[in-house]
Design a protein. Structure first.
Length: 298
C-alpha cells in the first residue's frame, strides 16, 4: 500500500487545545497539513493554535452539542477545504468507584467520550465517502481493551469507541476511507494527573502518541497501541485463563493505579474542569429532568 502524504491535507481535531490533541495538531502541521482545532476553551484553543502556527484555525467546540459539532466541521471546510482527516480526540476521565459516581458524571462521559465520537465519525463518513478518500482517527485507550477499577464508565466508553471503529472499518472497506483506532496507555497529560505507573508499561508523552497517529494515517493502519508493548501484553492476557490473566494485571499494578489516583490532590483541578466540560449535554439533561411528569399525590 502506498504511503499517504499529509502535505496540503485538511486535518480537523477535537479537544485540540491541550494534551494529545495539541500534540497531534503540531505533528500534522509539521507534515505540511492544513490544521483546524476545536475545543471548549475558546481562549486556550486560540493560544494553542497561535503557538503551532499563524495559519492554524482555532474554533470553539462543545462536542456534546451535535448541531454545533456539525457546524464546526462545516466551518473548517469553508475555511480550509474538504476535510481529509478527522481526529476524534476530545475525552474526559473522572476517577472513582462506580458506586460513588453520580448519574451526571456517567452521562457526561457517555456524551463526550462515546456519543460525540459516534457523531463525528458519522459526519466524517458522510463527507468522505462521496470523495472515495479520507481518514478517521478515533482516540480510544488501552482501557478500551480491558477493565480497570476506578474508571469503570471510562472503560465502557472506550470499549464503545473500539467497537465503533472496528464496525465502521468494515462498513468502509473498499471505499478509500480509512479508520484508525488509537489506544494509548498512560499518557502524561492533565487527564492522568495523580495516576502512577504500571510495571513494565512505559509512560508516554503526548508527542509520542501524536507521532504514532501520523504514522498510522500515512500507512492506513487500524490498530495503534502506544507504547507498542501493550499490544503484546493485551494479546497474552486474552489468551490465558482469566485467573492467570488477572494475576498478571495485579502483578504489574494495573488494578491499583486508578483507585490510588482517586485520592490524589493532583486530580482536583482536572476533576473540576471535567465536571464542566459538557455544557450542551448538561443543559439537555436538566431540561429532560425538568420535563418528566410527576405523579400527583392525593
Amino acid at each position: 500500500m502506498a504511503r499517504k502524504q499529509l502535505a496540503g491535507k485538511v486535518v480537523a481535531i477535537t479537544g485540540g487545545a491541550r494534551g494529545i490533541g495539541a500534540a497531534i495538531a503540531a505533528a500534522m502541521r509539521r507534515e505540511g497539513a492544513k490544521v483546524a482545532i476545536g475545543d471548549l476553551d475558546a481562549d486556550l484553543v486560540a493560544e494553542t493554535a497561535a503557538g503551532i502556527g499563524p495559519d492554524v484555525v482555532a474554533l470553539r467546540l462543545d462536542v456534546t452539542d451535535h448541531t454545533g459539532f456539525t457546524a464546526f466541521l462545516d466551518e473548517v471546510e469553508r475555511r480550509l477545504g474538504p476535510i481529509d482527516v478527522l481526529v476524534n480526540n476530545a475525552g474526559i476521565m473522572p476517577v472513582g468507584l462506580l458506586e460513588d459516581e453520580s448519574p451526571e458524571t456517567t452521562a457526561r462521559q457517555l456524551a463526550i467520550n462515546l456519543h460525540a465520537v459516534i457523531h463525528g465519525t458519522r459526519e466524517a463518513v458522510r463527507r468522505m465517502r462521496p470523495r472515495d478518500a479520507g481518514h478517521i482517527v478515533n482516540i480510544a485507550s488501552t482501557a478500551g481493551k480491558a477493565g480497570l477499577p476506578g474508571v469503570a464508565t471510562y472503560c465502557a466508553t472506550k470499549h464503545g469507541v473500539v467497537g465503533l471503529s472496528e464496525a465502521v472499518r468494515y462498513e468502509l472497506r473498499g471505499t478509500g476511507v480509512d479508520v484508525s483506532c488509537v489506544m494509548p496507555a498512560i499518557v502524561r497529560t492533565e487527564l492522568t494527573s495523580g495516576v502512577g505507573d504500571a510495571r513494565f508499561v512505559k509512560t508516554v508523552t503526548p508527542e509520542l502518541v501524536a507521532d504514532a497517529v501520523v504514522r498510522a494515517v500515512r500507512a492506513g493502519k487500524f490498530d495503534v497501541f502506544v507504547p507498542r508493548v501493550v499490544d503484546g501484553l493485551n494479546r497474552v492476557v486474552r489468551l490465558l485463563p482469566r485467573g492467570l490473566g488477572e494475576w498478571i494485571v495485579r502483578s504489574i499494578g494495573a488494578d491499583r493505579i486508578m483507585i490510588e489516583a482517586a485520592d490524589s490532590a493532583d486530580r482536583a483541578a482536572y476533576e473540576s474542569r471535567a465536571a464542566a466540560s459538557a455544557p450542551a449535554a448538561d443543559a439537555e439533561a436538566r431540561h429532560t429532568a425538568g420535563s418528566v411528569p410527576t405523579k400527583e399525590v392525593p
